[in-house]
Design a protein around this ligand. Sequence first.
Ligand code: PLP
Length: 387
Amino acid sequence: MEFQLSKRIQALPPYLFVELDRKKADAVARGVDVIDLGIGDPDLPTPDFIVEKMREAVANPAYHRYPSSQGMERFRESAAAWMKRRFGVECDPGSQICCIIGSKEAIAHFPLAFVDPGDVVLVPTPGYPVYHIGTLFAGGETYYMPLLPENGFLPDLDSIPADVFRRTKIMWLNYPNNPTAALATQTFFEKVVALAREYGFIVCHDAAYSEMTFDGYSAPSFLETPGAIEVGLEFHSLSKTYNMTGWRIGFVAGNPELVAAMKKVKSNVDSGQFEAVQEAACAALDSDQSCVEEMRAIYTERRDTLVEGLRSAGLDAPSPKATFYVWVPVPEGQTSAGFSSLLLEEAGIVSTPGNGFGEPGEGFVRMALTVPRERLEEAVERVRRVL
Ligand SMILES: *Cc1c(COP(=O)(O)O)cnc(C)c1O
């Protein structure tokens, strides 16, 4: 038998980290003490009270049956109450919230509800790869919006031609941003709402890092923007907020028609998340959020260690107010790939070359704060020796 992959799978972008992964494996095989700052996955465990709730819930026979794909009423109520407490945004749990199996799943599936061949989807670059992949799978056309330092890593909306806007079905945004750690301003969100209303497109806001914030900064919900509910859907994930990446749970909130469309797609491709996981997620959302405060304190300390250390080594590292990423400009005359290789080969440090997230990320490497502080101290020591 010879199998022919579909055109959509053949069209997938090449995996840009092949070389880096190989070099990392080589270094590990040589016995190098590798410090991996490449992965955006929390190293900290899920808080105990959430694990305890799961332990109880898993024994409940009522949860052993098929869940509903939109999520239990109890989960949707917890999510709505959290949106209200956290952002002052009112969402009806019946029509404006849907449980998702992690945001990745929902980001990949949502375009199936609205995107036909020939439709444009606006995607930030550098960015999370799934916005483009979801577009591709739905047969749409990606129009990339570069995120550049001179614009504070916000898309330059004025540079997008009107005929592109006219063909646009969805605009993806993600603030606090991965990989640049940039923040959105209220003015920016207002401008987005005005454009979405003018051209009739949907705004999907990926808010995966809304709680991973430092120095007293509190990230807004896109849905707080006046008029946003008319055009917008927000993707929330428990992955980063509660160290629950392995649990696969989150929710979308926003416009009832968009939520209904998400439910329609999901009811045809999955049967929802295990209700025991939903119950544990309720415990997280309903809690006093002190575990989130502890998580912030840990990352703040790590961030300061890494940023101050990189600066003392002569790098122009900004100190992020959110996310667990430091978006570091590479030294003069270097490329992302070259600097990333140098760090790995000479210092045993894994970083992600910025252009791997899209060409405008060239000139940066991303370092994740996903190792203990002592390891970051060691990393900084090694960078100093190399530079
Ligand atoms: C980590 C991350 C997510 C969360 O993904 P889950 O599927 O919910 O674990 C979503 N968007 C971005 C940009 C991320 O970095």
